[in-house]
Design a protein around this ligand. Structure first.
Ligand code: KG4
Ligand code: ZN
Length: 332
């Protein structure tokens, strides 16, 4: 039988990414244009600028994706697109592009929750067994999701304030070491020692997280040193901060797996690229899966992988009524 293909579009934040993924979740081609270099200069994403850059880039990314696959749009069976959560303007560029392709070329249209994408990034290189426990750790989200099957998502814990990645980015701003904070702090931590004492907010029996206390403690330590004309030992601070975040994430994930009987566990999203988190998590959970680093941060291939579940369940959208939903939730 002829193979089927989905062309999947991701524009929820500052990456314009399009992939072609076949029905066996092989990534046939995958093209990403990242705006990170531009936003590094500014120190964070400016939503209006991100949307404009998606407009400038999306057609080139689309053409290149089809060229790399040596395919034409006629060979594609469905168009998938991230509909939320994310930045409204950024999401709208992808959604309108997908709508147009769907109407112009008479293709089925699939709307994908960005967080389902992060979870199903696993399907590209792993055989996931269910029930499954996933810890999503990205720039905008920190959530514990219990899954009975590949298409059932139950949120059992989440952050009360900042997301883990957001916290990495804010600490990097205090240390004045650039954006995005995660990769820089990861490198600095390797050169430092865990010498600063930071709090573990919500260190209780709940499966919820809080990171704003760590951020406040960091501001306070920095300000007290400045008043004494002393300087923060940046590498030691990065190391202490990262160790605390890793301890918090793994304590809560362990508690979740003790409460729910699962066959496999995953950590997904941008922060799962963190080297200390990975090393300690694999020691703690032998059945752990983490997507390949190129599928951890935002990308079109993960949207394609998640879209196949909807395709197989016949869950399609009407291109005339589909809209972006920046506040879309998972499993609530
Ligand atoms: O999943 P993602 O690409 O975008 C969102 O959906 O938010 O995650 C981006 C986040 C950023 O906050 C970035 O600092 C963090 O992932 N990140 C890391 C690392 N690489 C990226 N955090 C810690 N360690 C890393 N190596
Ligand atoms: Zn993401």
């Amino acid at each position: 039988m002829k193979k089927k293909y989905i062309l999947a579009i991701e524009t929820s934040c500052d990456e314009t990414s399009i992939a072609i993924v076949d029905q066996d979740i092989n990534v046939i081609s995958h093209v990403t244009n990242t705006q990170i270099e531009f936003f590094k200069e500014i120190g964070g994403v400016v939503p209006e600028m991100a949307s404009r850059m998606h407009v400038d880039n999306i057609l080139y990314v689309y053409d290149q994706c089809l060229n790399e696959a040596e395919m034409t749009i006629d060979e594609i069976d469905a168009i998938a697109v991230t509909v939320g959560p994310g930045l409204n303007g950024s999401l709208l560029i992808g959604v309108n592009f997908a709508k147009t392709l769907s109407l112009l070329h008479h293709k089925k249209l699939i709307g994908v929750n960005h967080l389902h994408g992060h979870i199903h990034a696993l399907d590209i290189e792993h055989d996931v067994t269910y029930p499954h426990m996933s810890l999503i750790v990205s720039g905008g989200h920190t959530e514990l999701i219990y899954m009975q099957t590949a298409s059932s998502y139950q949120k059992i814990g989440g952050t009360h304030d900042d997301a883990a990645g957001e916290c990495f980015d804010k600490i990097a701003r205090i240390l004045n070491v650039g954006y995005p904070g995660g990769p820089v702090i990861d490198k600095m931590a390797k050169k430092g020692k865990n010498t600063y004492d930071l709090p573990f907010p919500m260190n209780d029996k709940s499966l919820d997280f809080s990171f704003s206390g760590i951020k406040t403690a960091a501001y306070n330590i920095n300000n007290q040193l400045l008043m004494k004309n002393e300087v923060l030992r940046k590498n030691d601070f990065a190391c202490s901060f990262q160790s605390k975040v890793v301890e918090i994430l793994l304590t809560k994930l362990k508690a979740a797996t003790e409460l729910y009987d699962v066959k496999s566990i995953s950590i997904v999203g941008g922060v799962s690229a963190n080297s200390e988190l990975k090393a300690k998590a694999f020691e703690l959970f032998p059945q752990l899966m983490i997507p390949n680093i190129k599928y951890c941060t935002d990308n079109g291939a993960m949207i394609g992988a998640a879209a196949w579940i909807k395709y197989n369940n016949n869950e399609f959208l009407d291109p005339f009524s589909v809209d972006a939903n920046p506040n879309l939730k998972v499993g609530e």
